[in-house]
Design a protein around this ligand. Structure first.
Ligand code: ADP
Ligand code: MG
Length: 332
């Protein structure tokens, strides 16, 4: 049973960024307005996510990290109109299976906080009182250390994994309004370095200025396109001739209903239209697709990064035509 659990868990938490992604999404689901992500040795030694969200109520302590425990899904009907990032109750149980997990939490109804320690099958093994503010701190130590092959792979690719993680955190910092993000990394004897720090602005525009910088923002223009009766896209794209994406996919952030996702087909359309008009550069893109919740499915892969949108080809075609018009109107 332990092995089956570990194999399944391995699909939700496949690498450093999927581990951090699940923790960040849990904090956002808990209505946090401040998120602090502290890594030790690029996350290899430990990952800690501190939030000021609702906290976890004592009635959930025992079941929290058991497989399929979620507090976010009331009825089956909810799955069609889902607004939280999480809904499957797999992240904490998966993290337990491949790391050492402790949680500190306090809700507004408790006088003191509680520290919880779980074993590798998600069973609560220790509980003690601690002082803390309302919110939750999840600490993940020794990620993948009980999976020798993946652990080796993790060490070998640590810089690339870390790069992917920073880009993912940028994506959340861009799309989440009114949420302050701080991310730090500490290595060896070096002091803590701040990887990301935002003020939690109220608009995408201001988030772009803090995350990507004012000079980058000046090279962008706003885009709003209606792609079908029920689907639209909003965001920002490099102005003609002002692309400064350094390579394919660099600084391209795609979202569906505010959920960061991989959209290789959209990226391809954007690059093609842009390059058709603009020599060898790549555009920067920050695009959020608004799609009715019943028209897309995040359930395709366990990490929810790949999604399926119905009528995808019609939407891509509308995007292509819309972008063509934008770039020809700007006089190239
Ligand atoms: P899911 O997000 O799919 O519900 P998870 O395994 O990620 O499943 O989390 C299990 C449960 O733990 C959540 O449903 C939620 O009730 C609780 N939880 C996890 N992280 C937090 C957090 N940072 N703040 C408040 N509650 C949390
Ligand atoms: Mg979750």
């Amino acid at each position: 049973k332990g092995i089956v659990h570990r194999i399944c868990a391995g699909q939700v938490i496949t690498d450093l960024s999927s581990a951090v992604k699940e923790l960040v999404e849990n904090s956002l689901d808990a209505s946090s307005t401040t998120l602090e992500i502290n890594l030790k040795n690029y996350g290899q030694h430990s990952i800690q996510v501190i939030d000021n969200g609702t906290g976890i109520s004592p009635s959930n302590f025992k079941v929290l990290a058991l497989k399929h425990h979620t507090s976010k899904l009331g009825t089956f009907h909810d799955l069609q109109s889902l607004t939280t990032y999480g809904f499957r109750g797999e992240a904490l149980s998966s993290l337990c299976a491949m790391a050492d997990l402790t949680i500190e939490t306090k809700t507004k109804n408790e006088v003191v906080g509680t520290q919880l320690t779980f074993d590798h099958s998600g069973v609560l093994i220790a509980q003690s009182k601690i002082a803390r503010q309302v919110g939750t701190t999840v600490t993940v130590k020794n990620l993948f250390s009980n999976l020798p092959v993946r652990s080796k792979e993790f060490s070998r690719n640590i810089r690339r994994e870390y790069g992917k993680l920073v880009s993912l955190l940028n994506a959340y910092a861009l799309i989440a309004t009114n949420v302050r993000f701080v991310c730090t990394n500490t290595t060896g004897k070096n002091a803590r370095s701040v990887v990301l720090k935002t003020q939690g602005s109220a608009s995408l525009k201001d988030n772009i200025i803090t995350v990507l910088g004012i000079n980058t923002f000046r090279c962008l223009e706003p885009v709003t396109l209606s792609l079908s009766d029920s689907c639209k896209v909003d965001g920002f794209l490099s102005k003609s001739g002002q692309g400064n994406g350094r390579s394919l996919g660099d600084r391209q952030y795609f979202f569906v209903n505010g959920r960061p996702v991989d959209m290789p087909k959209v990226s391809k359309v954007v690059n093609e239209i842009y390059k058709g008009a603009n020599s060898k550069q790549y555009p920067i893109a920050i695009l959020n697709f608004t799609v009715p919740t019943r028209a897309y499915d995040v359930n395709v892969t366990p990490d929810k990064r790949k999604i399926f949108i119905s009528e995808e080809s019609a939407i891509l075609q509308a995007l292509r035509e819309g972008l063509q018009q934008i770039y020809s109107a700007s006089g190239v």
